[in-house]
Design a protein around this ligand. Structure first.
Ligand SMILES: [Zn+2]
Length: 245
């Protein structure tokens, strides 16, 4: 399991994404970043043949159908579902906010087995999230990782409130929101609250994408040697459009 503290519980340690790799590693109790494991990526001939760029274009095409209201709703049939019992070959990893309005399979007009989806409010990274992405990249040979923030994100908005108004937070929500705080502090001031929030959302997505490479030798090795790409994007609630940020 991904537990790093030997306590017998899978504790999920939240990563602030401002720290460099060394400081970040220290945040994970007792854990050094996993060693690079060249040659361990699967070469399953049935695995997706898509390159990272082809995978991105496929996502864009699906998102275009979603925006236009001309979805194909692929890979939802009974026969397809049964075929997936033998294994999965998703072509993209999507790390998106948990927000109910940002469902990746719907936004990209994809179906069962197409996307390896991890969701966490504000795309906050912890050991479980990073480990899940590592699994998809290393063991499922997924060529593309997309971190997607979104318009009017409540988690990022809470971090803005924390920074601007010293808002009180309780429970583990406080830890979550504080993990987003660095992105808010790094975003240039803007008198337009909606524009400022959008800039913070983009900054958080970019930082999460960057931090994945700093944190994970498995992912950085896949990027350096296996053609994997990690990109950041944001979803517009009004239009349904996903744009790179
Ligand atoms: Zn959100």
């Amino acid at each position: 399991m991904i537990n790093t503290d030997g306590a017998g519980v899978s504790r999920r340690t939240l990563f602030g994404v401002t720290a460099g790799a060394a400081a970040a590693a220290a945040l994970v109790t007792g854990a050094a970043p996993a060693a690079a494991t060249p040659g361990r990526r699967t070469n399953d001939p049935k695995a997706t043949p898509l390159t990272a760029d082809q995978a991105w274009r496929k996502l864009v095409a699906g998102n275009d159908r979603f925006v236009a209201g001309r979805q194909k709703h692929p890979h939802e049939s009974l026969a397809w579902r049964e075929s997936l019992v033998r294994g999965q070959h998703p072509f993209a990893v999507i790390l998106s906010c948990a927000d109910s309005r940002v469902s990746p399979e719907l936004v990209f007009d994809e179906g069962l087995g197409d996307l390896f989806v991890i969701r966490a409010a504000g795309e906050v990274l912890d050991t479980a999230v990073v480990g899940s992405i590592e699994y998809a990249v290393e063991h499922l040979s997924v060529p593309l990782v997309v971190v997607i923030g979104h318009q009017s994100c409540g988690a990022v908005g809470a971090a803005v409130d924390l920074v601007q108004h010293d808002a009180e937070l309780s429970g583990d929500i406080a830890t979550l929101v504080r993990a987003i705080e660095p992105a808010v502090r790094a975003t240039p001031a803007n008198p337009d609250p909606a524009a400022f929030l959008a800039a913070c959302v983009a900054e958080q997505a970019r930082r999460a994408a960057t931090y994945l490479l700093e944190r994970s030798n498995i992912i950085s090795d896949a990027v350096a040697h296996h053609g994997v790409k990690v990109v950041s994007a944001a979803y517009e609630l009004e239009t349904g459009k996903v744009n790179r940020v």
